[in-house]
Design a protein around this ligand. Sequence first.
Ligand SMILES: [Zn+2]
Length: 842
Amino acid sequence: MKKTVLTALAIITSAVTILAQQPEKLNTSEIYEAVQKLNFLGTVLYVAAHPDDENTRLISYMSNHLKARTGYLALTRGDGGQNLIGSEIRELLGVIRTEELLAARRIDGGEQMFTRANDFGYSKHPDETLAIWNKDQVLSDVVWAIRKFKPDVIINRFNHTSAGKTHGHHTSSALLSMEAFDLANNESAYPEQLKLTDLWQPKTLYFNTHWWFYGSPEKFKEVDKSNMVSFDFGAYYPQKGLSNNELASIASSQHLSQGFGRQNIRGTEKEYIEYLKGDFPKDKANIFSGIDTSWNRVKGGQAIGDILYNVEKNFNFKDPSVHIPELIEAYKLIQRLENEHWKSIKTKEIISIIEACAGLYLEGTANTPTLSPNSDLKVTIEVLKRSKAKIELKSVRLLPLNETVNVSTNLDNNKKYNYKINGTIPSDTKYTNPYWLNKKGTLGMYNVENQNLIGLPETPRSITIAFNLNINSTPITVTKDVVYRYSKPDKGELYRPFEIIPEASARISDKVFIFENDKQKEISVTVKAGRDNLEGFVSMDYPKDWNVYPEQQKIAITTKGEEQTLVFTVIPPKFQSEGFLKPKVNINGKIYSKELIEINYSHIPFQTVLLPSESKIVRLNIQKRGENIGYIEGAGDVVPESLEQIGYTVVKLNSKDITPENLSRFDAIVVGIRAYNILDGLKFKQQLLFDFIEQGGNMIVQYNTSRRTKVDHIAPYDLKLSRDRVTNENAEVRLLNPNHALLNYPNKITKTDFEGWTQERGLYFPSEWASNFTPILSMNDKGETPKDGSLLVAKYGKGFYIYTGLSFFREFPSGVSGAYRLFANMLSIGKDNINIDHKLND
Ligand SMILES: [Zn+2]
């Protein structure tokens, strides 16, 4: 899938940077489009909740067809979803999805914005969403985005009247956008923002409607569309050789972690936006009607327009450098604009056009991809001018190190100029890290104190190069981030951002350690050096009642990037207890307690993320029966590893391995999440699995989605899956059958075992089942009827079949002790003598 997308990408023009990291190099078609955009002063903001919610057809159309500045405000970074390309979840998945959005925007031409809201998982109702998010903070961030981006038109992805019918985050995004539309121009709303930006009133608010909101295309045809504006999202762009919807498909295919790689679409495609509030456009063919989107929009703009419309009209595709004198004149006039908003946007745009027209190549590459503060940085500068434009390179300055090379040379056509700048990374330089992860947040919110960072997709890079140029006797400074450039024999030239990392970081081998009895465990801590000749010692923070020895251990690492692993012995208490292990690396009295995580995928730039290094340790009071478990993996979960932690022997099985001989080795077969949705081979093995139960085995099936199961009978008795779910992880759990073996043997399960669960109780519970099944638990979200299908058990022959939609796959990696104890009972049911039998057979 990855490969297909990359091939598709390669077809697009060079501004779409293959492998995402290469610097932008515009060809003349792209320069021309940039001039067209420079001459359009109108702005559209699209609002939704998650990465992948955005209608890339609309964003691409606004940006490429109408030439508008187009932004996508995603309230969250999508941390709560699942990752189809790797093991990163939660915050790390949020980082990947942020980068995937940026990759999509590089293709559809939009800009990306966020709020501080955290995607904490599914919620059924906006009331629940807005209780977990800090509603006031998220609203403040939407107002902030509007005041800063200053859209003429806002388009909501979701219907603000759909509470309870879709994801609560979705409806919330529309509700907050409605509210912010009225607040952005109100000086008593979030007045502290007005020190950094000013009031703004968007003209019109729309909802990006679609036939699926009406049930079918036929029903939508009948709908009165007098308050709707329509577009042909299939518009063709000859300069790109692509249709708008084709470009949009390539953009949304960047969401690889969500499995959004898909085929391209072409051809005419009518879509509608529905008027919600503000001014309804007089001319329905133009959503900017009534707004002057020409240079006349700004005071002093007319003279700029006189120059730049001429450049657009007479654009020289063979030699765009002939336009430099006019562009410089326009640049000078832009500098005199009183309107700071348009001045800053248009300055940035025109500098990049001048740079491209002049055939300038300006780059500063570090000799290493990472450095820690106080280390020496060596940067190689490359400057090239590939045109007849008259350009003098005055100086090159490394910031914030303030090391300068004074040059004062007129650049010859196509002659390469190289310079070296060396300096020491200042000791107070901040580590490269997503700014929203620097401080601990809450379940619903990231903690960001610096108002200027709020909304930005990424942390601005700290080390940059300023190229001070004289173009047609006008001083212009072009600033670039320092990068790291390298090559691989099988990949060619590659780029990585240059990053500042701590001199030491530490990671523990696992995120959760389960102690099933009072035996000690050896736990390894790996220290990574961020610089050469690292020496210090490592100790551990741990909860009281636990013990860790030795107290501290020495480390000595000679080369940057190398690691040293230390083993600590961790001794649990004799009773149930849990807490956290936190390694501390002491280098000359400075303590480092973060883990450095690298995220490396080819469709997004390389990322490093610093997170607190900690592992949960849980001393369980747990009994269990049975030993050998066969695990049929579904969509991927860490349940097998978790069961090994409590002492089971787990063998992973694929469909081919399911034979009567193999099955006879196991006490229980556990089926991983969504296995019946994705494994084609299982339908041929269902009878063998049922025979295994009949002969005395236990079979536990975890959740599958109710649609698209690949077997007719998921259980040996009738069982109907539904979309019932309980999303509140603290929802009350009622024991329907307190005396049932599942709740008593070998562990006595009480309500305490349902405390401390995470994200949700469970999903896709069966709603109907044969009388052979006994429901064990009852639960429901607020305002809903009791759901009794979360844990169902049936005796079949000599064994037991259990179906459970409880989210063990989420609870195990969080070290939730009650989840382990309940699962041990599920595996143990009917196994009272099995350990003795095994011993007799040995
Ligand atoms: Zn969504």
